[in-house]
Design a protein. Sequence first.
Length: 106
Amino acid sequence: MALSRAENEPRKRIRLLAASPFLEGHSRTEVTNRLKVARGSVNTWVANYLAYGLKGLNTKKNKGRDSWITSRSKHPKQSPEAQMAFKKLPVGNDPSHTRPLTTRSS
């Protein structure tokens, strides 16, 4: 309980609050009802704590690729002028960036 008060990260704090009463003898269902979280989450947190200790409750890096906005808007080898010109290119379905409609001949 004292560790949870000292923890600055809210997600880790709730994990600590889940592991502490379980170690004191409360059931996972009681912990779930007390903290108003899913039982599956409590099961995962307790299992991670039992397997890895406090390190098992650390927040992991989110999965997924980096944002396309940062990779598109900045390139380390481009000059600032080239980056600004690139940002001004038309993108998406903006009606102000329409092109004349071309027709196919049959």
